[in-house]
Design a protein around this ligand. Structure first.
Ligand code: NAD
Ligand code: DAU
Length: 337
């Protein structure tokens, strides 16, 4: 089985590449990634020599790049992880890059998958497309879309394009919508790795607003296993929510991290809230559990300990990411290629 994994140098994509190669001996992976600030080849260190793995630098929103990779390889499936993924960037630096990659890039991949008769397309989407919940209830696949920030609006746009390609053109496509991930190789702009990195350096931990915004946390390898399950068993045209149903306020997560690292709560600093900050996300994962037989394996305690231990053991990785040193490496290696 030859898989095209877009965005495989990012956090979840790189975990997925490792997971799928470790789990299935008959799988080959082509990792197609533009290497933006979020793409880091150090996330894939050790795979360079694996004959079942290939890296192609390319942009999903560039028709020539997309055409070339589809013409070179006959894919059995496309898994589209590539995205601009950070909400704060979409709010503070503008939506253009998000529209370019998340919307236009997805459409170019859908067109190429149709043209080359790729038998399966998996769109990696997010719970954020549903918007924000009140004090109770959970998102199901039937919850109407209601994205509230530019990032989630572009992810919702991509979901609609995938739906249209399946409905109008018969493309075999499925969509996964997952809650907040955490784990090894996550870029320290997101809550958990940022708090770990700052705590290790004794820097303030910036908590937005009152810290009572709720997210539903899933360990990244549980997400990877769920995607692999949907790839193999998901029904054409269906959407699958993924989450571990561990939903807690941000401040509790931050305090748990400090406790694990034996750092004082005095590092917590409440800062100005994110504009339009979604109050609560919580997933209902009944469909994927009952119809496809997947369920999360990691408790939050296990996942958080694994994650913190990984950051403690991988100081150089964190240092390269924080200093931007890995970007200089790309410049040297690839230049304008
Ligand atoms: P990430 O930002 O860590 O990685 C994104 C990757 O995509 C990077 O390697 C980057 O270089 C690549 N990329 C960006 N633009 C590209 C382009 N135009 N062409 C090719 N490659 C490009 O993101 P992540 O957190 O690993 O998220 C991966 C996917 O999962 C995204 O689609 C995101 O929306 C979705 N998702 C993320 C979470 C989460 O909690 N992080 C939860 C649910 C869904
Ligand atoms: O729900 C899935 C989504 O989770 C994914 O689609 C996104 O790609 C991913 O970035 C993530 O979005 P969030 O906005 O929920 O994640 P983030 O880590 O940025 O923030 C998590 C919560 O923590 C959110 O309520 C904002 C808050 N926060 C975040 C940062 C970076 C803080 O309080 N302080 C911070 O410094």
């Amino acid at each position: 089985m030859k898989l095209m994994v877009t965005g495989g140098a990012g956090f979840i994509g790189s975990n997925f590449v490792r997971y799928v190669l470790d789990t299935h001996t008959d799988v080959h992976v082509v990792n197609f990634d533009a290497l933006t600030y979020a793409g880091n080849l150090e996330n894939l260190a050790g795979l360079e020599e694996d004959s079942r793995y290939a890296f192609v630098r390319g942009d999903i929103s560039n028709p020539d790049d997309v055409q070339a990779v589809f013409a070179q390889y006959g894919f059995d499936a496309v898994l589209n992880f590539a995205a601009e993924s950070h909400v704060d960037r979409s709010l503070h630096f503008g939506a253009q890059a998000f529209i370019q990659t998340n919307v236009l890039g997805t459409q170019l991949l859908l067109d190429a998958a149709r043209k080359h008769d790729v038998p399966r397309f998996v769109q990696i989407s997010t719970d954020e497309v549903y918007g924000s919940l009140g004090d109770d209830g959970r998102f199901s696949e039937a919850t109407p879309m209601g994205p509230n920030n530019p990032y989630s609006a572009t992810k919702a746009g991509a979901d609609f394009l995938v739906r249209a390609a399946e409905h109008s053109h018969g493309l075999d496509a499925v969509i996964t919508r997952c809650s907040n991930n955490y784990g090894p190789y996550q870029f320290p702009e997101k809550l958990i790795p940022l708090m770990i990195a700052n705590a290790l350096e004794g820097k303030p931990l910036p908590v937005y607003g009152d810290g009572m915004h709720v997210r539903d946390w899933i360990f990244v390898l549980d997400h990877c296993e769920a995607i692999d399950t949907v790839l193999r068993k998901g029904v054409k045209g269906e959407v699958y929510n993924i989450g571990s149903m561990y939903d807690v306020p941000n401040i509790e997560i931050v305090k748990l991290i400090l406790k694990h690292l034996d750092k004082p709560e005095s590092l917590i600093t409440y800062v100005k809230d994110r504009p339009g900050h979604d109050r609560r996300y919580a997933m209902d994962n009944t469909k994927i559990r009952t119809e496809l037989g997947w369920e999360p394996k990691y408790t939050f305690e296990q996942g958080l300990k694994t994650t913190i231990d990984w950051y403690l053991a991988n100081g150089p990785w964190l240092e390269h990411v924080r200093s931007g040193r890995y970007l200089q490496y790309y410049e040297k290696l690839y230049g304008d290629r």
